[in-house]
Write a protein that binds this ligand. Structure first.
Ligand code: ZN
Length: 184
């Protein structure tokens, strides 16, 4: 089901999420909701706290990050290795129309429990990622820790950028309503 995307400064975006212990019906439903919501809003990825659930669960659209087909749903993802530096612009579903240049590791190794959507079970999973996939995973892990793209802007610049963004959001009612549209 498509859920409402929480827009900054909603408090859930700053809430550190809880480990997922087991795949029960609540977590499975949350995983499916994450996929539906991410597809509906054309996101590369989405985290559970962006739809108001404080679990360490996120989804990535593999097609959108040009790494094949389908979706990656990861519980408790952890970066176990990283190297290199890459700076690129990033957007976020919780900040419509805001783009921030962010420095990320260019290569990461991540361990997680991966949801197998066919068997509906968790599998131990390790992935080596670079490029857009690496960036998307780092972005989603940030979300799960309550870290947002604006945290990468220096404090002096942030005040100005946030004021501009708030003004833009207020004047462009359409974008704001689209972004916080209710269940389909
Ligand atoms: Zn985001």
């Amino acid at each position: 089901m498509v859920k409402e995307i929480l827009i900054y400064p909603n408090k859930f975006l700053r809430t550190k999420t809880q480990e997922v212990e087991q795949l029960n019906s609540e977590i499975l439903q949350l995983a499916l909701d994450l996929i539906d919501t991410m597809r509906y809003y054309d996101g590369l990825g989405i985290s559970a706290n962006q739809i108001g659930k404080i679990y360490r669960l996120c989804a990535i659209d593999l097609d959108a990050v040009k790494e094949g087909k389908g979706f990656l749903v990861l519980a408790n993802p952890t970066i176990v290795y990283k190297e290199g530096i890459e700076i690129d612009e990033e957007g976020c579903l919780s900040f419509p129309e805001l783009y921030v240049k962010i420095q990320r590791a260019s290569f990461i190794i991540v361990r997680a429990k991966k949801l197998n959507l066919k068997t509906r079970t968790f599998e131990d999973f390790e992935i080596q990622a670079k490029g857009l996939l690496a960036r998307a995973i780092q972005h989603e892990i940030d979300h799960l820790n309550g870290i947002l793209i604006i945290d990468y802007i220096s404090p002096e610049k942030r005040a100005i950028i946030m004021k501009d963004w708030m003004d833009k959001i207020k004047t462009k009612q359409i974008t704001y309503e689209q972004a916080s549209v209710k269940e389909k």
